[in-house]
Write a protein that binds this ligand. Structure first.
Ligand code: ARG
Length: 309
């Protein structure tokens, strides 16, 4: 096992592993959600961003997403952004939560360790979101999680780009738009895991979680147009079954930003009938949820959640 433990696979490193070589990993059973108190669209850092968020509607949609997670996930933790600031030690974060409208997208704040008892904090690629991880760090420490940070300055946007393979000790690493490839060398060591990278270049697929959703240990939902041929080959090598999202539902309805929390129910944005049909044909149960207000910021169900142990 030790020879593959920290390897980072990319286009220059032939994939020499088989899923059965990878140690199994317990599921991350806690879903963390951040209340949408300060959610708004105030800048444009991805091509989807635009329009005016209606706060009441955003809160209703977020409550429905929350209820769906409460129904299908084992544990749900809600973070109220106003309750993590100021901190008990009196230190004042650089940017108040009221000026961080994307903080609701919990996926980007960190990646959990393999057993979920710790996190590696994100280092946002954009100035607009740079202040967010500091708030999450405060909450995570308070709640008893071990918190680590990268020693390099490479951009790293948490589980938006770094996604654990369900049930196995393997991390999928998207890079090229937000997260930088260099982050994965250190993440592989910190998390003691092999990393299979996937290069992204289309700004519509600015995070891996808008074009790649590992539903179960053997099945992934992907947007084929997002990947290079070599990247696609790595996905095909490690999943037995790959379901494709049609491009118009991926970019028009963020259909791939979905979450399968129990190997059966797939929480996804409503308005994506073809993706629902394909999920159903593969034996999954789609749970459509209106995330229209969050799509004005380029996010949907998966972006709103962070898995922890
Ligand atoms: N406006 C946010 C951004 O561009 C949306 C983040 C969505 N999160 C995700 N994991 N895809 O950063």
């Amino acid at each position: 096992m030790s020879t593959i433990a920290h390897r980072v696979y990319d286009d220059r490193t032939p994939l020499t592993l088989d899923r059965s070589d990878l140690p199994s990993r317990p599921d991350h059973e806690t879903v963390l959600l951040v209340s949408p108190t300060h959610f708004a669209v105030r800048y444009r850092i991805n091509p989807y961003m635009g329009g005016r968020v209606v706060p009441g509607r955003a809160l209703d949609q977020w409550m429905n997403v929350r209820r769906a997670y409460e129904r299908y996930a084992n544990r749900v933790r809600i973070v109220d952004p106003d309750e993590i600031w100021p901190a008990s030690d009196g230190a004042v974060p650089d940017v108040p939560v009221s000026l961080l409208p994307d903080l609701v997208f919990a996926a980007n704040l960190a990646v959990p360790t393999a057993d979920g008892g710790g996190v590696v904090l994100a280092q946002m690629a954009t100035d607009e979101r740079a202040g967010e991880p500091q708030h999450f760090q405060r909450w995570a420490l308070d709640d008893g999680y071990e918190v680590e940070s990268l020693s390099t300055t490479a951009a790293f946007e948490g589980t938006g780009d770094a996604i654990w393979h369900p049930g196995r000790r393997l991390l999928w690493g998207g890079y090229g738009v937000r997260t930088e490839r260099a982050a994965y060398d250190e993440l592989a060591a910190l998390l003691d895991t092999p990393v299979v990278t996937l290069e992204l270049s289309d700004p519509h697929y600015y995070h891996l979680d808008v074009c790649f959703a590992p539903l179960t240990e053997d099945t992934a939902l992907i947007v084929p147009e997002a990947f290079t041929a070599a990247g696609r080959a790595r996905i095909d090598a490690l999943f037995d079954r790959v379901i494709e999202v049609p491009e118009h539902e991926a970019t028009g309805g963020l259909a791939c930003n979905c979450h399968c929390v129990d190997d059966d129910h797939v929480l996804l944005a409503s308005g994506n009938p073809e993706t629902e049909r394909r999920l159903q044909a593969a034996g999954f149960t789609p749970v459509p949820l209106d995330t229209g207000e969050f799509q004005k910021a380029g996010g949907s169900v998966c972006c709103l959640s962070l898995l922890l142990g």
